[in-house]
Design a protein around this ligand. Structure first.
Ligand SMILES: CCCCCCCCCCCCC[C@H](O)CC(=O)SCCNC(=O)CCNC(=O)[C@H](O)C(C)(C)COP(=O)(O)OP(=O)(O)OC[C@H]1O[C@@H](n2cnc3c(N)ncnc32)[C@H](O)[C@@H]1OP(=O)(O)O
Length: 720
């Protein structure tokens, strides 16, 4: 995991633990061994620590947190050893020196970095803090202000910025065109040169732990704490990390380290840390699907998008930003012009905000080719239709595409609810048809639900999953059922919210509970933002708005929602919805007209309104959601519990510190959830969402956790 060599009397310890050189136990042992060899060898005058391959260590090995290995030869001790070594140690950074990686660098006496590299302490995103001296050394090196900003936000910075802040001693200029190997060679060369230059220098002032911290006023900590509470609402780690940074200014290094370790110990075992680390791995597991070989994907070099509305233009932006040419089609010049303008405005905005340069923005726009003619799609590798959400319209678009596009072209339909098999049946290539459910705004939201129909081929799935990654999305493969995973689960969740209105709650009561749980907003606020007519459109498509078409054995909860649309209370866009809005504002106020309507409807529908506790609101909304998640798993519509968690975190704002609905279910206890579902179902027999999932029932009665059960199941499957 490490290698050791000497070049011009400089010992070079290279960390070799691909892909990201995480500081696993074997790496830590290798560093210790290298230090010991270099210290004992009289011919060695200085030491360089460098990462092999593409990067300096991107952190401690996160998988060692759960299995306890992190506590053997722990990283703080290794860094102490590095710092106290009597020969100068130069750390050479390329790629991403994150977390423990940067902490190793802070333990070295000199730091140089490639201009292409990034450094950061992202531990708070994993629910912990930089626990190998980062909270104590960084403030000593660059001051409390800058250090606290970096540590509490977890955001990485570019090497140039790190140099300006005083983290680095020198930069090695590497252009974007140079290979990783050239970068490594130049960096090593510069590190050895520096090591030879400083070989006889005193290490006085070079051991960061011995530097003094300038104290800052309490006002600073208070302001930062306020900012953190707003930006990272509900997250423990950033505020705890701030406490550790404060300790660096209050105590000598050794005592500061003790404080850091105490806080780390508490965070380590917290439910938030477990949830956030689960998310870290779940996000990376979405590409691992049993039975799908991602290498079978074909490269996508040329793309078509049908529909230049908000969705279509948003989709197009994703591709042109990555240098993939897009033909954007609409039927009318006026619509096409509007779409193109929206895309141009998006890039203008980015330039204005300093997020890109005019040159890069123009380069991206150069990849856009607006057209009124389907014939211009004859040569694309993949085409995504983003037309009106209507089965017949989508079928006719795909039929037309099937006739025009080359036989290998993959045909994607951007739908949030429609049946992929029915859409694919309009073509002669159902194996090359797949759903790509982008979330709005499509150029911002990272989630993509890719929906496999019954005939979609492995090659099509792999190609679309790969290209989704290329455009920086988090793709999740899901099965073809109504609403797929995200919207399917949204229905029972939303229905409970509406049922609660019938029984005694108001929108702001429900929304407050969901907001307090950690969602960025409640369901009614979300519905107002999206447009209440969308829900109505879906209910109409389900045929449940007309009372004569409804199943009499199923409770209908959306009378008020339907009436709101009749009253043109569509939400923010009409300044009135579940709430009322001042012109141009997205902040809703409870509205008497709506509250009266709710009370009136309760009465008309035979409900005696009652006070409903926050606990009941939370349980009913979340347990209905979770139960549906279990049903998605047992039916094979979701491939892994973690996939559902990712969909709900990235698509619907489920609080990441709770790990997503399925992780949360395990944390609450499946038996408790199952029993509550039975109880709510008894009180409300006409709500089919309360029929418990078989899988939930089975796990609740056997006392098993979903995550463990599913991992075992997948392992058994892959061994078959
Ligand atoms: C009671 C008192 C207790 C005190 C006792 C003290 C003992 C404990 C000591 C602990 C000390 C803590 C030290 C430190 O402060 C903690 C950390 O360092 S936490 C880690 C911080 N780093 C990160 O969070 C970075 C995470 N990684 C990334 O952001 C990205 O991976 C990347 C580096 C930007 C690269 O991105 P990509 O190129 O897109 O690649 P992937 O993300 O897909 O990753 C590829 C592959 O690598 C796996 N991986 C990535 N990082 C880690 C990691 N840090 N550990 C383990 N594995 C990692 C990732 O899962 C992928 O795996 P694959 O899916 O391919 O199997």
């Amino acid at each position: 995991m490490t290698s050791y060599k000497t070049i011009k009397d400089v010992a070079v310890i290279t960390i070799e633990n691909p892909p990201v050189n995480a500081l696993s136990l074997a790496v830590r042992e290798g560093i210790l061994d290298g230090l010991s060899r270099a210290s004992k060898d009289d011919t060695v005058c200085a030491i360089v620590i460098i990462g092999g391959g593409r990067t300096f260590p991107a952190g401690a090995d996160i998988s060692e947190f759960a299995n306890g290995k992190a506590f053997t030869k722990p990283l703080p001790q290794i860094i102490e050893k590095i710092e106290s070594t009597q020969k100068p140690i130069v750390c050479a950074i390329h790629g991403t020196a994150f977390g423990g990686g940067l902490e190793v660098a802070l333990g070295c006496h000199y730091r140089i970095a490639s201009t292409r590299s990034k450094v950061g302490l992202p531990e708070v995103n994993l629910g912990i803090l930089p626990g190998a001296g980062g909270t104590q050394r960084l403030p000593r090196l660059i001051g409390v202000w800058l250090a606290a900003e970096m540590i509490c936000s977890g955001k990485p910075i570019e090497a140039v910025d790190a140099d300006a802040k005083g983290i680095l001693d020198d930069l090695v200029e590497i252009s974007s065109l140079e290979s990783v190997q050239t970068e490594y060679d130049k960096l090593l060369d510069a590190a050895i040169t520096l090591a030879l230059r400083v070989k006889n220098h005193s290490l006085e002032g070079k051991r960061v732990s011995q530097l003094k911290v300038e104290p800052v006023s309490d006002f600073f900590y208070e302001q930062l704490a306020l900012q953190i509470s707003k930006n990272a609402r509900g997250m423990n780690a950033p505020l705890q990390a701030l406490k550790a940074v404060k300790a660096s200014a209050m105590f000598p290094f050794k005592e500061g380290m003790q404080r850091e370790q105490q806080i780390l110990g508490r965070l380590f075992v917290s439910s938030q840390a477990k949830a956030l680390q689960h998310i870290f791995f779940a996000e990376r597991q979405t590409m691992k699907i049993p039975g799908i070989d991602m290498k079978k994907g074909v490269p996508i070099k040329f793309v078509g998008v049908i529909g230049a509305g908000m969705m279509g233009s948003g989709i197009a932006i994703n591709f042109i930003k990555k240098g993939i040419p897009v033909v954007l089609i609409d039927a009318e010049q006026e619509f096409l012009d509007r779409g193109v303008k929206a895309i141009e405005d998006y890039f203008k905005g980015r330039v204005k905000k300093g997020k890109t340069t005019r040159f890069l923005a123009d380069r991206s726009l150069g990849y856009l080719r607006p057209s009124l003619h389907y014939e211009d799609l004859s040569n694309v590798d993949l085409v995504i239709e983003a037309v009106f959400e209507n089965l017949d319209v989508k079928k006719s678009v795909l039929k037309h595409l099937d006739e025009i596009c080359k036989p290998q072209t993959i045909l994607c339909t951007n739908t949030s609810t429609l049946d992929i098999d029915q859409i694919a049946s309009a073509t002669n290539r159902p194996d090359r048809v797949i759903g790509t459910h982008f979330f709005s705004p499509a150029n911002v939201m990272r989630l993509m639900e890719n929906v496999a129909g019954s005939k979609t081929s492995e090659r099509t799935i792999a190609s679309v999953m790969q290209i989704s990654k290329t455009i920086s999305k988090i793709p999740v493969l899901v099965g073809n059922c109504f609403g797929f995973i995200g919207n399917r689960m949204l229905f029972p969740y939303n229905n409970q919210a509406n049922a609660l209105l019938q029984e005694g709650a108001f929108p702001h009561d429900v929304d407050k509970v969901l907001y307090d749980f950690g969602f960025p907003m409640g369901l009614f606020q979300m519905s107002d933002l999206a447009g209440n007519d969308i829900g109505l459109h879906i209910r109409k498509a389900q045929g449940i708005v007309d009372p004569s078409q409804r199943d009499p054995n199923e409770r209908y909860v959306s009378t008020t929602a339907d009436k709101l649309c009749e009253m043109k209370r569509f939400g923010v866009k009409s300044s009135k919805g579940w709430y009322s809005y001042a012109k141009g504002s997205r902040k809703g106020r409870p509205d008497k007209e709506v509250m009266d309507l709710i009370v009136e409807n309760s009465k008309a529908e035979g409900f005696v309104r009652r006070n409903i506790s926050a606990k009941e609101i939370e349980e009913r909304c979340l347990y209905a959601l979770i139960n549906e998640g279990f049903k998605c798993l047992e039916e094979g519509m979701a491939y892994k519990p973690g996939d559902i968690d990712i969909i709900w975190i990235y698509g619907y704002g489920f609080p990441p510190q709770k790990g997503g609905p399925m992780h949360y279910a395990d944390a609450v206890g499946l038996k408790k959830i199952y029993d509550s579902i039975l109880q709510y179902g008894k009180a409300d027999p006409k709500t089919s969402a309360w029929k418990p999932s078989k899988l939930l029932e089975q796990l609740a009665s056997s006392g098993k956790k979903l995550a463990k059960y599913w991992t075992k199941k997948l392992k058994a499957q892959s061994n078959l």
